[in-house]
Design a protein around this ligand. Structure first.
Ligand code: TYC
Length: 97
């Protein structure tokens, strides 16, 4: 006679820490450039992009996206790369949500 022992392993999955991408105001980057960034890099609609841009302009910053660390860091790099290419001082940063 054989005895079978079934073992169950419980794996606890933790949701990944999410990160915010925060867009920052400056006095020099043209408004239309910021709108373009929001459309092309963040996939926002033209009207939402304009609203976000104005919010950053008036309030100093605005959360644009909440996502995984990797994607947040990638978006920040993309913004830096395009802004540098056009010689605009546009900055954005990532921080834990
Ligand atoms: N303040 C800028 C201007 O007056 C516009 C601007 C908006 C710049 C949002 C950066 O993230 C920004 N031209």
């Amino acid at each position: 006679m054989s005895v079978e022992v079934e073992q169950q392993t419980r794996v606890k999955l933790k949701a990944p820490q999410l990160y915010k991408v925060v867009l920052l105001n400056d006095d020099f980057t043209p408004m239309e450039f910021v709108v373009k960034i929001l459309i092309e890099i963040f996939g926002k609609s033209p009207s939402e992009s304009r609203a976000i841009m104005l919010r950053v302009h008036n309030e100093g910053s605005c959360v644009v996206l909440v996502t995984t660390k990797e994607i947040a860091e990638q978006k920040v790099r993309e913004v830096q790369k395009v802004s540098l290419a056009f010689k605009h001082p546009l900055r954005c940063k990532t921080e834990p949500a």
